[in-house]
Write a protein that binds this ligand. Sequence first.
Ligand SMILES: [Zn+2]
Length: 678
Amino acid sequence: MNAQNPLLASWSTPFELPPFDAIDSEHYLPAFDATMREHDAEIDRIVNNPATPDFCNTIDALELAGQILNRVAGVFWNLASTISTEELRAIEREISPRLARHYAAISLNAKLFARVEALYERRGRLAMSDEQARLLELTFKSFVRSGARLKGVDRDRYAEIAERLATAELQFSQNVLADESEFVMELDEADLAGLPADVKSAAAQNAAERKTPKPYALTLSRSSVEPFLSHGERRDLREELFKAWAARGAKGGKTDNRPLIPEILRLRQERSRLLGYPTYADFKLEPTMAGAPKAAIDLLDKVWLPARAKAGEECKALQAIADAEGANFKIAAPDWRFYAEKLRRARYDFDQGELSAYFRLDRMIEAAFYCAERLFNLRFVRRDDLPVYHPDVQTYEVLDQKGAHVAVFMGDYYARSSKRSGAWMSEIRGQKKLGVAVKPVVVNVLNFPKPAPDRPSLLTLTEVLTLFHEFGHALHGMLSDVVYPSMSGTATPTDFVELPSQLYEHWVLQPEILQRFALHFETGATIPPALIDRVIAARNFNQGFGTVEFLGSAYVDFKLHSQVAPPEDGVVAESDILRSIEMPAEIVPRHGLTHFSHIFSGEGYAAGYYSYLWSEVLDADGFTAFEDAGDIFDPTVARRLLDYIYSAGNRRDPNVAYALFRGRPPNFEAVLQKKGLA
Ligand SMILES: [Zn+2]
């Protein structure tokens, strides 16, 4: 190990946080090299152990191998998506295929698999805890799903595909980032007609950061695009912005994702066939709660017709407003949010701007912490003395009831051009108890407008829900209390992993929470009860639109990954799919194919975008446990929630875990009720 390289040295920082200041981009490649070699040596020791395979010398040893590589990767990938530079992007391009090759070599290591298989075959006779029995089964299946049973040319081809896919997926993601960070739409004061003050001030902030000649600027971050589409009175500008947003990844030239889409789909399909599955969707769904494509498609189908009918009604109401104003056009996709905002004002007598005045980012962060204190007895202590990778990052130490250390939490809330768009939770390191116990370091990354010198950052209702959503994921990582690192925190099936996040969204709209934390940013006045009533009454406003927008993307994802012969042209296939489901012309899918990073920047949500809806069945039904108890912080229900969901990682089959929490399997109807589609 090289003492000069801070990534390889031991970290004497508080909580052994990465010494961000000391880490330079030139440290990564040598650190990856050294730690991959170290990981290989650990694997060799397992393989060459003369003792008969047992749980400790094989499964435990595998779980403990590669920890230093994980430490390097934990720093690198977090920084590459939040403070991206050309240097870091070049390292990503170099290291992605090499990491893919490295991990493929381990899963294709015949001697290693032989040990796991020998153990798996004796599983009925081994003395194991339930958690160990599940780990053995997951490890065995994961080897098989990663090609361990392939021989000869199939094996070589498998490794080749893994490497090429890693490169193509990374390229997809870098192309989207490039198109986003390059775009800027400069505006004058007159172009901003209709915009609330906080949206204007965010646009001024953008202009200052980008040093544009005009005083205001819009970017392609969702927090810049959506407010303008909702409030901007200039229809031509809304159209221009919408077009640029939709064109991400399809602008021609070097950053065009259109050639990558069929290639990625083809490679995934070829690999699924090698492994013995008819399609990628069959492969992908095997280890999920849904278990097979049919269950997922059935769920989409159940919601689709009621959602489309609702969207049709909504569209008529929007058209009526436009007609009454003398607009001489049919509502089109770039108009929807604008007229929906007018309709919201007319029906519920408030607009986003009025509401946003009560949603100060800092207060909403406190609200998220407060709910975690009440539910899980956590405390959050701001620590400005800890190392951070960017000055905007806010760091907290998380303590339990007795004051014992639980986790470090970093909130990276503001949009910047070096950050990937969207919102996510990630871990710099995950929790485990095996070997040396490790407490997690968890990050929430958002793209909210940065406060201006004279104005705090104010959020829309959607952004508040996103904040709580990502914090729910963060809690899933921070509260994790399992032995084995591969089962810790959010390492659960994709259609279960959105449960802790979506469930957490329910708390913020409770009157008790709003009264406490939604204070007017200028007057400090509590949000008026009448406004709360209107917000709650409006909760399902525009739900037809939101659900159709989501389902459009979910169908495109699922159908593209269910084809035995993937399409030559992904974008043509996308419109065919949308036509086949009779997607309303006025709504486009939430993610257009050429920037659908969920499914093409990696495999997490590939044939898995339906997961949000699947988990929504669980969260809608799950929250009723608190409602039934008559207390949104009922300690008994909260305790079960902690034991079976938030702290449990992948220790149990998620279907079992859910039933233990709820006392019964989920009731599907709750999701239609929640969305007002019943
Ligand atoms: Zn999520």
